[in-house]
Design a protein around this ligand. Structure first.
Ligand code: HEC
Length: 265
């Protein structure tokens, strides 16, 4: 068993440092060209806009009264200032947990259905489309998370500690894969999240349309997959550990323009 773990660690080590092959670079260029005409995330954005305006759930209500932090119904610029502390919910929320809260309180769609659900399915998939809609209205905005708020600051610090916390069979932390410049796994450049630019890159390019799988992934989905890569326990959707890591990345990237919605390999 020990041997096997070691072998896996060595494999990952190689994967982390090996340069992308010419073939993979080529493929990625082809993807980029293919996407030059438009980001398929637009389709999700359109679906999200419709969901925002459609009366749904046991309360048969729209989300037009949802307060994303800038007042009821204000979507423009809202994503750039998240995560933030919400008095009504009594916690720091990212865009996904805030939308989940609005769906629950305004429409009567139980959060549990989303928390217990699966990515790309059911209400969690609809939530992702709503995310696409909201972030598109922060296109070109600078990341502006209010770290002067004590609750947000607390989350930032928890996120920073989590980022460096080693766990799992391979004893990896987020920093094991995300604290060096120029690190890549195959054709993917891994941002150095310990720098301001890298944090902004990591935070500000998700949610994104993934060309490799033709799927739209939110940040909760992205981080869930990194926990998996870290061989750590699966995080609960919308739990504080994800919000903390998000607050850390967003807060560190403050002042840099986000690239929402992203396009990724
Ligand atoms: C074993 C290595 C590994 C670990 C540990 C890891 N990640 Fe990742 N991370 C990756 C890889 C690989 C990608 C790119 C995946 C892809 O594009 O298919 C990535 C992508 C990301 C991205 C998106 C970056 C971008 O510019 O697209 C973020 C943000 C991120 N990881 C955060 C984290 C956080 C936070 C943790 C700790 C919970 C973590 N990662 C742990 C390997 C890792």
């Amino acid at each position: 068993m020990r041997k096997r773990i070691k072998a896996v660690a060595v494999c990952v080590g190689i994967a982390l440092t090996a340069p992308a092959s010419a073939q993979e670079e080529l493929n990625f260029d082809a993807y980029r060209e293919m996407l030059a005409d438009g980001n398929p995330a637009e389709l999700y954005e359109m679906e999200g806009e419709e969901l925002w305006r459609t009366a749904r759930g046991p309360k048969n209500a729209t989300l037009e009264q949802c307060d994303l932090g800038l007042g009821a119904g204000v979507v423009a610029g809202a994503a750039a200032q998240l995560p933030r502390y919400f008095e009504d919910a009594g916690r720091v929320q990212d865009l996904e947990t805030r939308l989940m809260y609005c769906m629950d309180t305004l429409q009567g769609i139980p959060s549990k259905e989303i928390i217990d659900g699966k990515f790309l399915q059911g209400e969690r998939a609809r939530l992702a489309a709503l995310v696409a809609y909201v972030v598109t209205h922060s296109k070109g905005e600078k990341i502006a998370v209010d770290l002067s708020h004590p609750k947000v600051k607390e989350m930032y610090e928890l996120g920073e500690r989590t980022f460096y916390y080693r766990l799992g069979v391979m004893d990896f932390s987020c920093a094991s894969c995300h604290s060096q410049d120029g690190k890549r796994i195959r054709a993917t450049q891994l941002p150095n999240i310990t720098t301001r630019e890298g944090a902004a890159e990591g935070w500000g390019s998700w949610p994104a349309y993934r060309v490799s799988s033709s799927q739209f992934w939110t940040m909760q989905h992205r981080l869930w997959d990194c926990f998996r890569q870290q061989r750590a326990a699966e995080p609960i959707f919308g739990s504080d550990v994800i919000i903390a890591l998000s607050t850390f990345m967003a807060g560190k990237g403050n002042g840099i323009e986000a690239k929402w919605p992203g396009v990724k390999r």
